[in-house]
Design a protein around this ligand. Structure first.
Ligand SMILES: [Fe+2]
Ligand SMILES: [Fe+2]
Length: 471
């Protein structure tokens, strides 16, 4: 369905056909803009940024590119087209017609699921608000702002659902989404990874690679929901999300390439002596953000996950397309667990392992990227290879939390952990070193010393294009 840009709130849901809903969202809109000015990108609100804006939700060719001031970005409500005669993909109701209204018995659960997803969207904008000031290039600065405005758009997507389907409770939740703050001691964001600071660009690239990719899998599970408006909302968010993931993947790849080049250049093979980030340090950032993002999937064993799947509120990744059996009853999942001080395999009911099933889809996706990174390292002529640690390593949630594992996933004592954690994860000195390299490069086409240039620009433009024009 075409997007209507004549309304104050751009949309493809015929918003003007529901005056009460339209008025409620038009009341929320100035509060959103205040939030954006308060904690959105710091210092660039008057600049013209080369941004893409959605013009249709049809696959391919949906974006318009042009210079826009961020506060003038047309945030709106865009749902994927409805699939005629769509059926509930998974769970106890598999095969029944999808719901266009919230089923009463799932109302609270569904609201909780939507709020938890919604909360991550403004949180990431808050986490990244200072990064514009140290962008390694104009190209990168533009990508950061594109990600930021689209996370704002994702908040709109979720707030629409809350307003349209959850009455007063939903409107209160929408207000709370603008009241919580990432990292705030009194009113923090809901999930831990979204309260972590994002102080440098290596963190930003790892965050968009690993944490936004968790978002991809959460949205994918919700795109399989029996609640059709949620499924259609998430379907379109996924197409926007793909750009965020490529910013992360290609960003880390460019750091790796530059690190390899500087290592070769130095007589002692020391990239830091050449003013770059050394490869082992990049590996530590990868390990940290991969592990942090694994926590976001929830516990390996979860009765909530079983309930969400059984109710048809969430599916597995590509539930409708990739599976033939959709009830997941009387089936078991093999899972390594800690018993009497060692790791042994256990068999658990499949529905209770649905978080882990989704996490494994995510890990396989991350592995594909790691392969591409290593192909880049090979091209650069280094023997160094990056890798993902075991999914038991450095976990703070789920059945492995509270135990110490090495990168291979073997149990080690807490003393061994204390001794070696700085070899595996960013130390205070590593963080200070990486932070010391963060200086803005504002000449179009120029790159900070520690990162390789991208292979191509945005939307067919040159890398040296003026992606951000200062006011
Ligand atoms: Fe998002
Ligand atoms: Fe994202």
């Amino acid at each position: 369905m075409a997007i209507n840009y004549d309304d104050r709130i751009p949309n493809n849901v015929n918003l003007s056909g529901d005056k009460r809903l339209q008025r409620a969202l038009e009341t929320w809109q100035p509060a959103f803009l205040d939030w954006w000015q308060d904690v959105g990108p710091e210092g660039f609100q008057k600049d013209d940024v080369y941004l893409r804006t959605a013009i249709s939700t049809a696959p391919g060719g949906w974006a318009h590119f042009g210079h826009v001031k961020m506060p003038d970005y047309r945030w709106g409500i865009f749902l994927e087209d409805a699939v005629p005669d769509r059926r509930i993909p998974g769970g106890d109701h598999a095969g029944e017609p999808v719901w266009q209204e919230v089923p009463g018995e799932y109302r609270n659960t569904l609201r909780r699921i939507i709020v938890t997803q919604a909360d991550t969207e403004p949180a990431s904008v808050e986490q990244q608000r200072w990064l514009g000031k140290t962008a390694p290039s104009m190209y990168d600065m533009r990508n950061l702002f594109q990600v930021n405005v689209e996370e704002g758009r994702h908040l709109w997507a979720m707030v629409y659902l809350l307003h349209a389907y959850f009455g007063k409770d939903g409107r209160d939740e929408a207000d709370d989404l603008l009241a919580r703050r990432s990292g705030d001691a009194d009113k923090p964001r809901i999930l831990d990874a979204f309260n972590q600071p994002c102080p440098d660009w290596l963190t930003f690239f790892c965050f968009t690679m690993f944490t936004d990719r968790d978002g991809k899998y959460q949205l994918g599970a919700l795109a399989e929901s029996g609640f059709d408006p949620l499924a259609r909302t998430c379907g379109f968010m996924l197409t926007e999300e793909a750009h965020h993931l490529s910013v992360g993947e290609l960003g880390v790849e460019r750091v790796l390439r530059r690190s390899a080049q500087l290592t070769k250049l130095d007589p002692n093979g020391d990239a830091r002596a050449q003013g770059g980030i050394d490869l082992p340090t990049v590996q530590k950032w990868i390990s940290y953000w991969f592990s942090y993002s694994l926590d976001l999937f929830g516990s390996e064993l979860s009765s909530n996950a079983a309930d969400f799947f059984g109710a048809g509120l969430k599916g597995r990744w590509n539930e409708a397309k990739d599976f033939t059996e959709h009830r997941a009853l009387d089936q078991y999942y093999r899972l390594p667990v800690v018993k009497n001080g060692s790791v042994v395999e256990d068999e658990v009911p499949l529905r209770n392992a649905m978080n882990e099933v989704l996490r494994q889809s995510y890990i396989a996706d991350c592995q594909r990227v790691v392969k591409r990174w290593n192909a880049a390292l090979e091209q650069e002529g280094t023997d160094f290879r990056v890798s993902l640690p075991s999914s038991r390593f450095f976990r703070r949630q789920g059945i492995y939390a509270g135990h110490d594992f090495n990168r291979e996933g073997d149990l080690i004592g807490s003393e061994a952990w204390q001794r070696q954690q700085d070899e595996w994860l960013p130390s205070a000195a590593d963080r200070a070193y990486v932070a010391s390299l963060m200086h803005a490069v504002t000449e179009p086409g120029q790159m900070a010393h520690w990162i390789a240039p991208p292979r191509k620009g945005i939307n067919g433009q040159d890398v040296a294009f003026e992606y951000v024009r200062h006011a």
